[in-house]
Design a binder for this molecule. Structure first.
Ligand code: SF4
Ligand code: SF4
Length: 392
C-alpha cells in the first residue's frame, strides 16, 4: 500500500444515506452497524427529513466537483418507522427528488433507493410500497445472503421475503448481494435462478464491510478476491439482456463516459445523516467508528453544506490518493480508485492471491473485452470526459 497523488482520479457522486431509525427487525451477522445502536428508539422527524434534501441542495450548489446525487433511505429497518411517516414522506420524497433533478439538470437522474429487509410487521407496507414502486425514480432495494442469519434459523423467513419481493411490481427492483463465502458457495446459477423469477432487475454485488457487528463475520467469511471476480463474471454471463449488475453498469459508464465507479465506496461524499440530524462521512461506519462525527455537524446548522464540504476533505483525499501496490500500473486506477474503499485502511494482502484485487480487475477486463468485441485488453478505450476531451 502506498500514498500518491494522481490528478486523473475522479470521484464526483454523492451518496446521501438518510437514516430514519437504527432499530431493525433482523440481526444479520455481517451488519456494519454497531450492535448497541439497534436499541435506539430515535426516529428522524419530518422536519429533519425534509431539511436533509434542502441542505444537500445547498451542497450541490457549493461544490463544483459534485455532479451526481444518489439518495437512499436506510435503517436499521426503514419500515420500523411509523406507517404514517412513510405514507406522508414517500410521495413527498419522489416529488422532491424529481424537482432536484430538474433544477440541476443532472446528467444522470438521482433515484430514491428505498432500503428494506422486507420483514415488517405492519402489513400495510406492501400496499404503500406498491403505490410508489412504478415511479421511475423509485428503486426497491433489499438484500440476499444465505449465510448471515438474514432469514433466521433454518432460513424460516426466506419464503416471506421472496413472496413479498415477488408480489411487488416495481420499475426498479434491486437486490444487494454481499460477496460472503456462503453466497459464492451457493453458486451464481442458483442465485440467478432464485432472483430472476422474483422480478429482480438489478443484481447489486458488493463486498463485506469490516465494521460494526460484522467485524467477526468479516474475519471468518471473506473470500479471496479472485473467487469473487469469477463469481461476478459468472453472474454477468448468466443475466439476460436488460438485467443489470453492479459493478457492471458503473464500469461500463466509466468506459463510455469517463465516469468514476462509486459502488465501491469511492463516492465524493458518502454521507450518513443520523435520525437526530448528525452527519458523518462514511455511511458504512456507525457509532464510535463514524468518520467525522466528532466535528458536530448537524442538519440543523444553516452552514451544513460548508461544514460538510470542508469536513469531508480528509475522507475524499484518502479516496483519491490511497491505493494498493497492485494498482500502481493498473490502467483502471483513474476510475476504480483502488477498489473497495473500506479495505484501504486494513490489510487485505492475504486475499489478493492469483492476481485478485479489491477492485475486481478481472471484471473490468471482462467488460473491456466485451465492449471491444475482442480478447486483447490493450484495445481498452481511452478515458474520455463527457465533453469529448481525453483524460490521458
Ligand atoms: S444488515 Fe440490514 S437488515 Fe440486517 S441487521 Fe443490519 S440493518 Fe438490519
Ligand atoms: S482494478 Fe484492482 S489493481 Fe486496478 S486500480 Fe482497481 S483495485 Fe487497483
Amino acid at each position: 500500500m502506498r500514498w500518491g497523488f494522481d490528478n486523473m482520479r475522479l470521484a464526483n457522486q454523492a451518496n446521501i444515506s438518510i437514516t430514519t431509525n437504527r432499530s431493525c427487525t433482523l440481526r444479520c451477522e455481517h451488519c456494519y452497524i454497531e450492535p448497541h445502536l439497534f436499541a435506539s428508539k430515535e426516529q428522524i422527524t419530518v422536519d429533519n427529513y425534509k431539511l436533509s434534501f434542502d441542505r444537500v441542495d445547498n451542497l450541490y450548489r457549493l461544490d463544483q466537483g459534485l455532479e451526481e446525487v444518489e439518495w437512499e433511505v436506510i435503517g436499521g429497518e426503514t419500515t420500523m418507522m411509523p406507517f404514517e411517516f412513510w405514507q406522508q414522506m414517500l410521495p413527498w420524497t419522489m416529488d422532491r427528488i424529481d424537482r432536484f433533478n430538474k433544477e440541476h439538470n443532472l446528467w444522470i437522474d438521482g433515484n430514491l433507493n428505498f432500503l428494506t429487509n422486507l420483514i415488517w410487521s405492519d402489513k400495510r407496507y406492501l400496499g404503500l410500497i406498491q403505490e410508489h414502486a412504478k415511479h421511475p425514480l423509485f428503486t426497491l432495494y433489499t438484500s440476499f445472503e444465505p449465510d448471515t442469519n438474514r432469514f433466521g434459523k433454518n432460513n424460516k423467513l426466506l419464503n416471506t421475503w421472496a413472496d413479498r419481493l415477488s408480489s411487488i411490481d416495481a420499475n426498479n427492483k434491486a437486490v444487494d448481494l454481499i460477496l460472503t463465502k456462503g453466497l459464492i458457495d451457493f453458486g451464481a446459477q442458483r442465485v440467478v435462478d432464485l432472483l430472476l423469477p422474483l422480478g429482480v432487475d438489478d443484481f447489486s454485488i458488493k463486498m463485506l464491510s469490516p465494521f460494526g457487528s460484522g467485524k467477526v463475520f468479516f474475519d471468518n467469511n471473506m473470500t479471496p478476491f479472485k473467487r469473487m471476480e469469477d463469481f461476478v463474471i459468472e453472474i454477468a454471463t448468466l443475466l439476460p439482456s436488460g438485467i443489470t449488475f453492479t459493478p457492471g453498469v458503473e464500469i461500463e459508464h466509466a468506459f463510455i463516459n469517463g465516469k468514476s465507479v462509486q459502488c465501491n465506496g469511492n463516492f465524493r461524499y458518502d454521507l450518513s445523516i443520523e435520525p437526530n440530524g448528525d452527519t458523518h462521512f462514511n455511511a458504512n461506519q456507525t457509532g464510535d467508528e463514524s468518520v467525522g462525527l466528532n466535528l458536530g455537524i448537524n442538519i440543523n446548522s444553516a452552514n451544513w453544506a460548508t461544514e460538510v464540504m470542508f469536513g469531508n476533505r480528509a475522507e475524499l483525499r484518502t479516496k483519491l490518493t490511497k491505493q494498493h501496490s497492485c494498482c500502481d500500473d493498473c490502467k483502471y486506477l483513474p476510475r476504480c480508485n483502488g477498489g473497495w474503499h473500506h479495505y484501504k485502511s486494513i490489510d487485505v494482502s492475504h486475499l489478493m492471491q492469483d492476481g485478485g484485487c479489491p477492485g475486481l480487475k478481472g471484471v473490468w477486463d471482462y467488460l473491456a473485452d466485451k465492449s471491444n468485441g475482442k480478447s486483447n485488453h490493450s484495445t481498452f478505450p481511452e478515458w474520455r470526459n463527457p465533453n469529448g476531451g481525453v483524460y490521458e
